[in-house]
Ligand binder design. Sequence first.
Ligand code: 8IG
Length: 266
Amino acid sequence: MTTDPFELATEAAAYIAEQTGVRNHEVALVLGSGWGAAAELIGETTHTLEASAIPGFSAPAVEGHVGTVRSVLTPDGKRALVLGARTHYYEGRGVRAVVHGVRTAAAAGAETLVLTNGCGGLNPDWKPGTPVLISDHINLTATSPLEGATFVDLTDLYSSRIRALAREVDPSLDEGVYAQFTGPHYETPAEVQYAKRIGADLVGMSTALEAIAARHAGLEVFGISLVTNLAAGISAAPLSHQEVIEAGQAAGPRISRLLADIIAKL
Ligand code: 8IG
């Protein structure tokens, strides 16, 4: 197998095209915590592949994450590649593995990438189960998915065009700056206050590195977070992974509809 990450993505895309018979997927979605069922309304799933069978992918490490890659046909005839399996930085497989799905989506023909995640919220008005548009990010991982002298502009990384479409679907949607921490531990309350002071509204363990790789690959990026818990210290309650799963389930119908309506407008 190749060691070049872009060649590996090309191999993965070729495998997907061969298995699905679909040459080009114009949009790709990465489903994060709480978003597993949200893709159901986007369209008809025509093919389901085990992620672990696709070159460069591996089985998901986290309960609530789905280890499949699906080809979905939307009602208006668009082809969506739904990546249920995200590799997180904290899994220790390196940044190349973290962004392999994004590079595969680009190699599979995608022009638009929808990144979803579950995260902690810093705004106490955002009750668990609130979807929030990502307007920008702060990468606190101290690394980059890009290697060598690869200088990439990240202005308007999270497409203002698609955010406006999302607000046409639901004018009540707020937006915020997402800070990617490495995890897998959640933040201390002091770290949450630090995130707040440097301009973050959302804290999580994904998305920023993927968005950077997506921009480098020429994709238009849309990011949406599901606030599954108030960040540590914002509420008096301690954080639990169970709470995260339940908030996702409760928000299911709203965020499913939202995602499907946004995809339809792309
Ligand atoms: I779901 O509060 C979820 N993921 N870093 N902090 C971080 N990641 C998260 C959180 C959170 N909630």
